[in-house]
Write a protein that binds this ligand. Structure first.
Ligand code: ZN
Length: 454
């Protein structure tokens, strides 16, 4: 396992692919021992130096407008044909069992069994991913081709044996949280879901990427405090929000991670606000790649951004990934496997995410310490300090724009937009000006302590 990973290098992609491969197969759902085993693997991959906190929230606990559900556990599930041979077994693929299936042991004709079998007729070789969290039933998922074989009598005629050894009982919902304190108590939230079994892009790639981000940021100086959530989809973010009313007010930026390894173009979904700093940072980082990408507007559909961006919270949380859910045929099927993701795309997504974070760390609202007339720049050696590689004209315009708009009211994003200059140029100019005392950032030193007073 590489010790340091500073950008989207091929090594990062390889590391992410290996971890994605490790996190993909296990059976899991929104609650139960599958979640706990998954979180134990997350903890191992984070390493011993990153503080890791598990929370268990009891079944029946009211959370916002919802209630924490019963805990579901799976020991075994299979279907055997009339001739006694196994038709399918979750030991081969966890997708074969309808998520949250009730315990069942019975014998049924194919006709009686048929309403409990789920297939994808338009993709006859794939097994669909289906769940029934809030309606108590049971079922199996299989390929349509395999269903055809049952109808053709491949396993003989007569009754099939259904064996589903699950339990649905009072227990708890489990999630994990890690916090990397920064200079400021203002927070950068990174959230990923942990509830899908057997699928690589949605969702093992999100877990792996969040882990590598945490490991990377743990080794850096951090202005913001970083909080990573590993939570079951929907009910997990609702439960976390219900229990962290105090934390919510400190969130300055946030990202939901999912679907980071497929061959589609990088895609950022804006927060509900649409022009939050994370939205501007994401667009900046994507433009900097110089490659095709998508930026899509917020909609109240998708992953946990739905909860973070519900109107009562309206947090500045966007979503980053590649192909969007529902827009690729492999979504929520057995074809979302380890061939569907690549090390190169995982590494590319990781590099873009790190850059988004760096941009948020760099953005500040500076104040010009010499605002009466232009300060004399030549004698301060500013041009030399910025370096020879940048276009001299752009450097000069960057310095002049920053000096002019650094009035304690404009952020570097504001300045870059107004000046129509790359963020990098403006941020470089600000660093150089601050280095010679021409800029100050009065709120920076005490921004943490001010927050603590609230
Ligand atoms: Zn999903």
């Amino acid at each position: 396992m590489p010790e340091t990973m500073n950008n989207g290098t091929p090594d990062a992609g390889k590391w992410l692919y290996e971890l994605t491969a490790e996190l993909t197969p296990p059976m899991r759902s929104i609650t139960g021992d599958g979640v706990r085993r998954t979180l134990a693997a997350v903890r191992d991959a984070l390493g011993p130096d990153i503080p890791f906190a598990l929370d268990e929230v009891a079944t029946g606990t009211p959370v916002l407008d919802w209630t924490v559900p019963k805990e579901w556990n799976v020991r075994a599930a299979w279907l055997a044909g009339p001739d006694g041979r196994r038709v399918l077994d979750i030991a081969d693929n966890p997708l074969h069992l309808l998520g949250y299936s009730m315990p069942t042991h019975t014998r049924l004709s194919l006709r009686g069994l048929r309403p409990h079998l789920h297939t994808m007729p338009d993709r006859p070789d794939w097994v669909p991913y289906r769940t029934s969290y809030y309606t108590e039933t049971w079922g199996f998922c299989l390929s349509d081709r395999q269903l055809g074989e049952l109808a053709a009598g491949k396993f003989g005629d007569g009754e099939y044996e259904v064996y589903i050894d699950t339990s649905l009982t009072d227990g708890s919902l489990t999630y994990a949280e890690i916090v990397l304190p920064g200079v400021s108590s203002r927070e950068f939230l990174v959230s990923t879901h942990i509830c899908h079994p057997g699928m690589a892009n949605d969702n093992a790639s999100g877990m792996a990427t969040a882990i590598l981000l945490a490991r990377t940021l743990a080794q850096r100086r951090r202005r913001f405090t970083y909080r990573f959530l590993f939570i079951p989809g929907t009910i997990g973010s609702i439960t976390w929000l219900a229990r962290h009313g105090d934390t919510v007010g400190r969130v300055r930026h946030g990202l939901v991670l999912t679907g980071l390894g497929d061959r589609g173009q990088p895609t950022y979904k804006r927060s509900r606000r649409g022009d939050a700093d994370i939205d501007r940072a994401a667009v900046t980082a994507l433009i900097e790649t110089g490659r095709p990408h998508h930026v899509v507007d917020f909609s109240p559909y998708g992953y946990d951004e739905r909860q973070f961006c519900s109107p009562g919270y309206d947090l500045p949380v966007g979503r980053f990934g590649r192909s969007q859910h529902g827009e690729y045929p492999e979504y929520h099927t057995s074809a979302d496997n380890l061939d569907f993701v690549t090390a190169g795309n995982l590494g590319d997504s990781f590099g873009i995410l790190l850059r988004m974070i760096e941009i948020c760390e760099q953005d500040r609202t500076w104040t010009n310490t010499s605002p009466f007339g232009e300060p004399q720049l030549g004698r301060r050696g500013l041009y030399r300090s910025i370096g020879a590689t940048m276009d001299r004209r752009a450097v000069e315009m960057g310095l002049l724009w920053v000096l002019n708009l650094a009035d304690g009211a404009h952020s570097l994003f504001d300045i870059a937009e107004r000046a129509d200059l790359p963020f990098d140029t403006v941020a470089g100019a600000a660093d150089a000006l601050a280095g010679v005392g021409l800029l100050t950032c009065p709120d920076e030193d005490d921004e943490g302590s001010r927050d603590n007073l609230r």
